[in-house]
Write a protein that binds this ligand. Structure first.
Ligand code: CO
Length: 231
């Protein structure tokens, strides 16, 4: 296992569409383990393979689950969002856009299908934090960043880096891959995945003013995002 560098928004690889994984082999297992290590080291709660420069459809998430008082880890190969319901405005950041957060519209509930790291089919129906993370991470696989949903560049806010939030609380050995089977009853219907691709096509390739100053961006003392966990 090893840490891999996380690429940031200037890197054009982040804007590419990742390809489906065809073979679940030892090399892929190594990538999954490296991504989990890298996510933990960066104190994030989600990471997509393109963020470590690998254009494969793979995401990992891990966060403290308030309900079970443990750590919930999800590894998804070739994930697809098949259903979305509701909408809310979610504050999020991204390990590839360090030091910034924005508030963007997300579905409240999603149904997602994919495979776990052992190749087993997984279906997840979830709301709350995991739904939020999965939407963000799966967007990465289509070259979409959360800033693409901002109505205005001014909606991007600078935050103090380095504070952690909602990361694991102990129980770090709980790394087997549940792939959220508990949420995974019953799969309803086939995909509405086109919406993600529409978004990708419509996005603005320019990152708004991100290299600018921190001037007007109020640091309200509010914790940062739910996604990627920084500050
Ligand atoms: Co991200």
């Amino acid at each position: 296992m090893a840490l891999r560098p996380i690429i940031t928004y200037e890197n054009p690889r982040l804007r590419k569409k990742s390809v489906k994984i065809k073979r679940i082999d030892a090399e892929l297992q190594r990538l999954i383990d490296d991504m989990i290590d890298t996510m933990r080291a960066a104190e994030g709660i989600g990471l997509a393979a393109p963020q470590v420069g690998v254009l494969l459809r793979l995401v990992v998430c891990e966060y403290a689950d308030e309900d079970s008082d443990g750590v919930r880890q999800t590894v998804l190969i070739n994930p697809e969002i098949t259903e979305r319901q509701g909408e809310w405005m979610a504050e999020e950041g991204c390990l590839s856009i360090p030091g910034y957060v924005g508030t963007v519209p997300r579905a409240e509930f999603v149904a997602v299908r994919g495979k776990n790291r052992f190749g087993k089919d997984v279906r997840i129906k979830t709301d709350g934090l995991l739904a939020h993370i999965l939407q963000h991470e799966i967007d990465h696989l289509d070259g979409v960043l959360y800033i693409d949903y901002l109505a205005s560049p001014d909606d991007l806010r600078k935050v103090e880096p380095g504070k952690r939030r909602r990361r694991r609380q102990g129980n770090e050995d709980d790394t087997d891959d549940p792939s959220s089977a508990d949420d995974a009853q019953d799969a309803s219907g086939d995909g509405d995945i086109a919406s993600a691709e529409d978004t990708a096509a419509a996005r603005d390739p320019e990152l708004p003013r991100i290299s600018g100053g921190s001037d007007e961006t109020a640091l309200t003392g509010q914790p940062c995002c739910d996604i990627c966990g920084h500050a």
